[in-house]
Design a protein around this ligand. Sequence first.
Ligand code: PLP
Length: 401
Amino acid sequence: MGFFDCISSDPPIEIFRLTELFNNDKNPSKVNLGAGVYQDENGKMSTLSVVRAVEQSMAQDLTLDKSYLKPIGQDSFCQACLELVLGKQSSSIIENRACSIQGLSGTGCLTIGLKFLYRNGYKIGYISSPTWSNHGSILQSIGFDVKQYRYWNKDKLNLDIDGLLQDLQDAPENSVIILHACSHNPTGCDPTHEQWQQISDVIKQRKLFPFFDFAYHGFSSGDLDQDAWSIRYFADHQKHELLVAQSFAKNFSLYNERIGHLMGIFSSTDIIPKFRSQLTTIIRQIYSNPPVHGARIVATILNNPTLCLQWKDNVRAMYERIQSMRQLLYTKLKQLGTPGNWDHIITQHGMFAFTGLNSRQCQILVQQHHIYLMNDGRINICGITQNNVDQVSKSFYDVVT
Ligand code: PLP
């Protein structure tokens, strides 16, 4: 009898199972609208030109070594991240109330941020319904009592702002509220500025703690300042204390480098050394210190005005491709006379569209049409190309008629 004879497997994680099914499918016309990875017009994931250039020059630089970083990461990277998110003129930066630390992409930064909150007495976490499936899982694994606030109005195919505000109104004080700063995953529905103001008011009035997940900076509007509006409004305008977990997986296409940062904004500068010290302990216990390669790439680009402009162009180009594929899919669906209102395909933001297709229709798409999408109807718009859009739209038409 072995020690582990009695253990069971965990339920499969949908996105990995879907990717495996896609990889095993021998049909040459299969289409992957599943995993949230940017693909170009040829359906390929490629390295950004500015990242490639920086990596080439790093390879020649004999001064770069592979020594350990501090647990909280590289200073030049962290300072550049603060300015990227908040803008150089931010009052939180000028008043020295903002602090960033390097972490393992969005997932890692969410995890260490939530661990920090939990050890300081925050025990209830609210996530949007629906949300990225890992939010609930991470909160639960840390020990949080996980609750949901309404987000998606499935009849109107848009944001349920009244439900959202009501649920926040009813949340107990000191609850942590996970918010998607832009490009909400999976719905693609971002609050308007007025709606963010309402959300901020309830959060302040109810003494809730906002934690922004910032995984798609640049993908909602193509403009990095505009996409940071919600965070800047909360931090600088409304003087909230808050955390932000930012991923550079998507907007730098550095998925497997695991690079991101956790930003904290506090009521006073005195909190910062305590925050850094607690995060040092938390990180030390989990992975001791972060990898350097992604941090060097991001810091080099953000700290060099010419490279930074090139990166912004790269982000803008990704955004524009997404927008043009939204428009193309929408036009094809309309041309076919596909029943239903498809306006949300062009009004939603970011990498994903929440199609409104039900799980039965999604299963038919996977099993009979070789079109791979999440069971909740979420599609990655980047998976659409000029070559496959006719097949995708015709298949959508077939499953809804
Ligand atoms: N948050 C959201 C909403 C996401 O969609 C993702 C990735 O898909 C992440 C966070 C974290 O991604 P990563 O850990 O790869 O940076």
